[in-house]
Design a protein around this ligand. Sequence first.
Ligand code: NDP
Length: 478
Amino acid sequence: MSTTGTMTPSTKHDVGAMNPLKNLTGKAYVAALMEQVKAKNPAEPEFHQAVEEVVDSLSLVLDRHPEYRAAHIIERLIEAERVILFRVPWVDDNGEMQVNRGFRIEMNSAIGPYKGGLRFHPSVNLGILKFLAFEQVLKNSLTTLPMGGGKGGTDFDPKGKSDNEVMHFCQSFMTELFRHIGPDTDVPAGDIGVGGRELGFLFGQYKRIRNEFTGVLTGKGRNWGGSLIRPEATGYGCVYFAVEMLAGRGETLKGKTCLVSGSGNVSQYTVEKINDLGGKVVTLSDSNGFIFDPAGIDATKLAFVMDLKNKRRGRIEEYAKKFPGSTYTPVNPALGYNPMWDVKAECAFPSATQNEINVTDAKNLLKNGCMLVSEGANMPTTLDGVKLFLDAKILYGPAKAANAGGVAVSGLEMSQNSMRYSWTREEVDAKLHQIMKSIYKAASDAAIEYGTPGNLVNGANIAGFIKVADAMMDQGAV
Ligand code: NDP
């Protein structure tokens, strides 16, 4: 069936009658669509937020390309191809039975196998994973590599669990997940709470059940199929993206004071790359609080953080005890804002979690002269915060562009696995760097083409969307 105009008049009439969005354009279309999204996906505020930001940008494209409207591309894009929800039973070190909930959202496979991380965190629910999977579709498209979008995870909290408990959990999780994934179907990776340890346990169980050694996960260990630079990729990529934004204004990172939040995988390699390029990072955080070190977090201090977080699995508070001159501030939810974003700096790299910069935080950053925000975390800024950044015309790199380096190197890991060959560190880093430059250019060019120069939110959404939309148009009613 053609999607663009060969329907019979009666079918046309039916579609119009069933679809109140049909004759709306611009803001009216966005408002009506959002009403439908909220009614159909209740209690999923993060998903609503992610869709609203994207659809707001895409209304520029839809008004120019009615063929996408006629084919209902947006309505299909916001509906997952498949949602898998499963029980994960496991036995803790005291012999007690525990039950968690496992998820995999297979959002869109128009341009390649589903691809996206697994998040292990007590806050995980369907709405959070749907927002992440939706963002992932456009992000993966931006990387220029052939990857669809997905996301998964569980409400299991690895914090405070023994290695043995984490292993038993991962084995049980994979005992269900294995039947839904595969190197040409769906290729998960890490995310919050899923690093090298968890990926090892997950891969081991997949291999055992399937009796095959394939590139079914990315972020694997170096000597069992992993790619060099994958651990570094999201952080390095986010800084490369910042460098591109700065270059557009004839600036560099050299001598600039930077705020980094979080202290996990993305944060650690963001700090490493900022240091390499002559910037100075003065903050890090975890879910309990943040540290401020006016002297800067140099390589020695970063090595301490890596050992603390990746091996001893301790809290960031220990940093302030170890390094004189630095301070620790615990989280205070009563404040309604995060004082970390009130530290004076030129650049901010939010790298912990969604909605960690609210409108007050955004105001504080701007008040203190912040001129660049490059998002390592997914959707770390609320919609009203994003609006402030765009209105102030600072350099603002939205997550789906700025943090795409991680999944890009995951894509390179898939290629290396398929070839049964490994590229060197320098080769992978050079490819990552090139991909981040192309993402910046694609987003920047699309922003200009659609009449909003410098607005990389619009640019990234539009550039990511067009490739997926065209693939869906080619593939018919899928
Ligand atoms: P990690 O688990 O390695 O680190 C997460 C960090 O964020 C920890 O310091 C954690 O503190 C903190 N954090 C997590 N949840 C919260 C919260 N609710 N409030 C405050 N702090 C919190 O995860 P990653 O570094 O891998 O991921 C960080 C972000 O980057 C996420 O948004 C993720 O989706 C995104 N991302 C990651 C990619 C990757 O390749 N890993 C790729 C692209 C995006 P604590 O230890 O106390 O929980």
